[in-house]
Design a protein around this ligand. Structure first.
Ligand SMILES: O=C(O)[C@H](O)[C@@H](O)[C@H](O)[C@H](O)COP(=O)(O)O
Length: 246
């Protein structure tokens, strides 16, 4: 398990650019090696960064398979739907087929939608084992949550499911489906992008704090992979280790 790699940039636009360059590098390496690139993306500012920057990268979009680290159980027409954000803001600009992006089915109950999502994962990750994503693009909330995995929630201990329903999310909307830690920590590379001084305390706690009960974002430590934090100066401003500074 490698220690987190921390990259600090002077502006949000540089964070976005670096994130997209890194994703493209990982994509093109995976396509060269195995002919396919598997990624799970998030909502929040990471979605905006990816939708703005990925149309500029050179890659074979027909080889991408795009899942969601988590998704809100809302209709596609709801402005809270992360899939619809990507559908509107990325799909018209890149040659990614809608057959290669995997939304949650909002017509089902949240429990059924989680089961259905696990089946979708197994159809792409066909070896029958735990899915091993090439890249996860993650966000972190001000409480240290990532995906729909919240501090103190029993889902932090989930060990059997690869995608799980949640009906009591402390952040609305309450019903969501999320990848679980066994899948997250089986990824080849997990990338966080966090910006703004409002994130400084929680970034410091997650990256430098010691706890017997780590925050969800601090539990992202792929066993055979890397975790990379891409921060702007504001988000990195409370880190104590001098090597993390610009
Ligand atoms: O599902 C959600 O409610 C959001 O997607 C959320 O989990 C988001 O990823 C984080 O709060 C970080 O968001 P920012 O990077 O925009 O702060």
């Amino acid at each position: 398990m490698a220690a987190p790699v921390i990259r600090v940039f002077s502006s949000e636009s540089q964070v976005a650019e670096n994130l997209c360059e890194l994703v493209a590098t990982k994509a093109n390496a995976a396509i060269k090696d195995r002919g396919i690139f598997t990624i799970a993306v998030s909502g929040g500012s990471a979605a905006k960064f990816l939708c703005d920057g990925l149309p500029q990268v050179a890659t074979d979009w027909s080889k991408w398979r795009v899942f969601f680290c988590d998704e809100r159980h809302v209709p596609f027409s709801d402005p809270e739907c992360t899939y619809s954000f990507y559908k509107t803001n990325l799909l018209p600009k890149v040659a990614l087929s809608t057959d290669h992006i995997f939304p949650l089915n909002p017509e089902l109950t949240v429990e059924q939608a989680a089961d259905d999502y696990e089946q979708k994962l197994h159809r792409v990750f066909t070896d029958g084992g735990l899915p091993r994503f090439d890249v996860l693009v993650l966000g972190m909330g001000p409480d240290g949550h990532t995906c729909s995995l919240f501090p103190g929630h029993p889902l932090l201990q989930e060990s059997k499911r690869i995608a799980a329903p949640i009906s009591d999310s402390p952040k609305p909307p309450p019903q969501r489906v999320t990848l679980t830690f066994p899948v997250i920590n089986n990824a080849s590379c997990a990338i966080f992008a966090s910006c703004g001084a409002g994130k400084a305390d929680i970034v410091q706690q997650v990256l430098e704090g010691q706890s017997d009960d780590p925050l969800p974002a601090a539990r992202v430590r792929p066993t055979d992979g890397e975790v990379i934090w891409i921060l702007d100066q504001g988000a990195a401003s409370k880190l104590k280790q001098a090597s993390y500074k610009l």
